[in-house]
Design a protein around this ligand. Structure first.
Ligand code: ATP
Length: 230
């Protein structure tokens, strides 16, 4: 009888540290993610949530440890070329082209991906179907976020890196976000979310990054003091 080795986790952060601008931001982080897995990153402002996502996206190199995708170090260029095609990144910088209309903003990315046909259904799902022919400058902040999420759905890559995805979304928008995350995971996708806002993601791992500059005084102590910032 042959014993099959367990498969590699899809993503493994193995004792990873990361510097930014000469400062240690992340120290000795270990995370294992299999298909369908989800990780929620929380922590104070400046704790390193975006740095974590940037590192997974390959924008920052780990200063120690390694990020493995299917058991391969993403820093190796041949691996990175394949790995980056797995990623979908949503952040505060929305990369929406104001010269294109809403629909074209998605179809342009679909064209680059060699995919087509999902732009309009994705807009409908995100509640933007009636705005498809409008210019993005007609959209509110929350609608722009919905457009980003629609683009992510249409492009349909397996690993979602979401930096504060629910900022500017109304309650319905958050529910749709939670729904698309759950559906993506059912298809075997992986979702990593950095957030300050509550979000319901079933069976997700939670990683709370420690504050980098802990306060010497608690908030109630500070609020009780006379304000003197001179
Ligand atoms: N562009 C940058 N260049 C150099 N260092 C940076 C840069 N942006 C952030 N940092 C440093 O990295 C640290 C972590 O920042 P990061 O954006 O990862 O935190 P965060 O947890 O996402 O914060 P927030 O909750 O405010 O979004 C910051 O404290 C800052 O010192």
């Amino acid at each position: 009888m042959s014993i099959r080795k367990p498969p590699f986790p899809r993503l493994l952060l193995n004792n990873v540290s990361c510097m930014r601008n000469g400062q240690q931001i992340l120290s000795h982080v270990n995370v294992t993610l299999h298909d369908g897995g989800a990780l929620v990153l929380t922590g104070a402002n400046g704790a390193g949530k975006t740095t974590f996502l940037r590192m997974l996206a390959g924008f920052s190199r780990p200063s120690a440890g390694e990020v493995l995708w299917n058991g391969h170090d993403i820093q190796k260029s041949a691996i990175f070329h394949q790995y980056k095609l797995q990623l979908n990144w949503v952040s505060g910088k929305d990369a929406i082209n104001d010269k294109f209309n809403v629909l074209d903003n998605i179809q342009w990315f679909e064209l680059l991906e060699g995919k087509h046909g999902k732009a309009m259904p994705a807009l409908e799902l995100m509640g933007l179907g009636r705005l498809a022919k409008e210019k993005p400058k007609m959209l509110s902040m929350g609608q722009r976020k919905r457009l980003q999420l629609a683009r992510m759905l249409a492009i349909d890559r397996p690993i979602w890196l979401l930096d504060e995805p629910s900022v500017a979304l109304d309650d319905e928008g958050v529910k749709i976000l939670e729904f698309i995350i759950a559906e993506h995971r059912k298809q075997g996708g992986i979702v990593i979310v950095a957030t300050h806002l509550p979000i319901e993601i079933e069976d997700s791992m939670l990683l709370r990054l420690p504050p980098r500059f802990p306060r010497r005084m608690s908030h109630p102590d500070m609020l009780g003091r006379d304000m003197d910032i001179s």
